[in-house]
Write a protein that binds this ligand. Structure first.
Ligand SMILES: [Zn+2]
Length: 443
């Protein structure tokens, strides 16, 4: 009996192993804390990276910083047969655009695009920020190391590009250093508008802002916890969509939330030592980040960041006051933790970039019936589809059923009223698209 049990156990073990892809474990292991430390140190060495700081010096200011970031992406590209297309994307912001723009300034993002082989016009984005600030947001000359905010996110983005450039993907990946964050989210706005103009199909953006601090102002020290912020529904929705949500649901099922759940699930599967926290809000209370301009134009976007912030080490002049050392300096960054959060990004960029597109339309039916019915549009390149559902109070897609290559399915005995439902596309390699919440109904 014991023997049979262990054979059964072994069988289960084999089955569950087959559901993961060893490439993602290889990707996690390939992310280097040492290289992230080197890059954060280099970014800090530019003295200040304030958006309005010097652009001519080779050693100080945001100009030198962005030229170095560009050269790092280009260096990565030389190791992958020029797999990255690296360029500046810039917008001129006029003096007085808001009270943090004290002179005309070019807000310059550094973009690196790794083209997908099958769906080159579909993009998943990872971002960090180039710029930094001190106590006075308009002070562009003082020492402003911005080691955690946000050299950590920028270094993570450079490192993810190094690791993932060894692979070929079906969808395109954008690695980007955004600028102008502290002056009013200008870089993200510029790139989101550029994406619209170019007709890029944006699957979503994972914005990394502060991924290196493990000792919080709340006294908690944790190198496991991190937060995934996502807004509930897009701000671009129509009045009709808003009204229909009242009757058919979807209050907590917008496109950004599905991206957040995707990341959460992948981390639980591949990095079970980490504790991802789904935070049901756009960003921290009253505060901003560079995923927002993407949300503003209707793209999915989330913020990935540490769980325990320390406000004495953000946006502060370097000084000692009442025995407290203020300032966003190198010593407070935990590079092993930044490596972990970089790996979180890398496995999700890879999974999404290896997955087929999600169905464009998903319709649901089953009113006053004992079963739930779903219908969806066929996706070219899909091997099959997976229906997900969950209790209405659950934050995660807890139940699923692979239904093969069909475009409609009835879940017998599952009453529509008691759950939320969604559909994901599954590719031949096993990778899945983001889940689509039903966007239509049928009888
Ligand atoms: Zn900041």
């Amino acid at each position: 009996m014991k023997r049979i049990n262990s054979i059964i156990l072994l069988l289960f073990a084999t089955v569950s192993v087959a559901q993961t892809d060893t490439r993602l474990h290889t990707i996690i292991d390939a992310v280097s804390a040492e290289r992230i430390q080197k890059d954060v140190t280099k970014l800090v060495s530019f003295g200040t990276r304030h958006t309005l700081s010097d652009t001519l010096s080779q050693t100080r200011g945001i100009g030198a910083a962005r030229r170095w970031i560009k050269s790092e992406f280009e260096k990565t590209s030389t190791t992958c047969n020029s797999c990255l297309n690296v360029f500046y994307q810039k917008t001129l912001i006029k003096k007085g655009d808001n009270d943090r723009i004290s002179k005309d300034v070019w807000v310059v993002n550094v973009v690196a695009v790794q083209k997908g082989a099958k769906y080159p016009n579909r993009y998943i984005i990872m971002s960090g920020d180039i710029d930094s600030r001190v106590s006075d947001p308009n002070n562009f000359t003082s020492e402003s190391p911005g080691a955690n905010d946000n050299a950590s996110g920028m270094a993570g983005t450079l490192e993810a590009a190094r690791v993932l450039s060894k692979y070929e993907f079906e969808n395109s990946i954008i690695y980007v250093g955004l600028s102008g964050e502290e002056q009013g989210l200008y870089g993200g706005k510029g790139l989101a508008e550029h994406a619209k103009e170019q007709g890029w199909e944006i699957i979503g953006i994972m914005n990394n802002d502060m991924i290196g601090n493990i000792a919080g102002v709340d006294g908690v020290i944790s190198n496991r916890d991190f937060r995934i912020f996502s807004e509930p529904v897009p701000p671009t929705e129509s009045e009709k969509e808003r009204k229909s949500r009242r009757f058919y649901g979807g209050e907590v099922d917008g496109i950004s939330r599905q991206l957040a759940r995707y990341v959460h699930k992948n981390v639980k599967t591949y990095m079970p030592e980490m504790n991802p926290m789904l935070i049901y809000r756009l960003d921290r209370f009253g505060r901003g980040g560079h995923h927002r301009p993407f949300n503003d134009v209707g793209f999915a976007g989330i913020r990935i960041m540490e769980a325990h912030e320390n406000y004495t080490q953000q946006h502060q002049d370097i000084r000692t006051e009442n025995g407290i050392n203020y300032g966003d300096v190198l010593e407070h960054v935990n590079f092993d933790y930044a490596k972990k959060l970089t790996a979180v990004n890398a496995i999700n960029l890879a999974s999404i970039a290896w997955a087929p597109p999600a169905p464009a339309e998903v319709k649901i039916g089953g009113i006053v019936e004992p079963s739930t019915k779903l219908k969806w549009t066929k996706v070219d390149g899909a091997t099959g589809y997976k229906i997900y559902w969950r209790d209405t109070t659950s934050p995660t897609w807890d139940h699923s059923r692979y239904v093969g290559d069909v475009t409609e399915f009835t879940l017998d005995g599952i009453v529509i009223d008691n759950f939320f439902f969604g559909i994901a596309t599954v590719g031949a390699n096993g990778y899945e698209s983001l889940v689509v919440f039903p966007n239509g109904i049928f009888r």
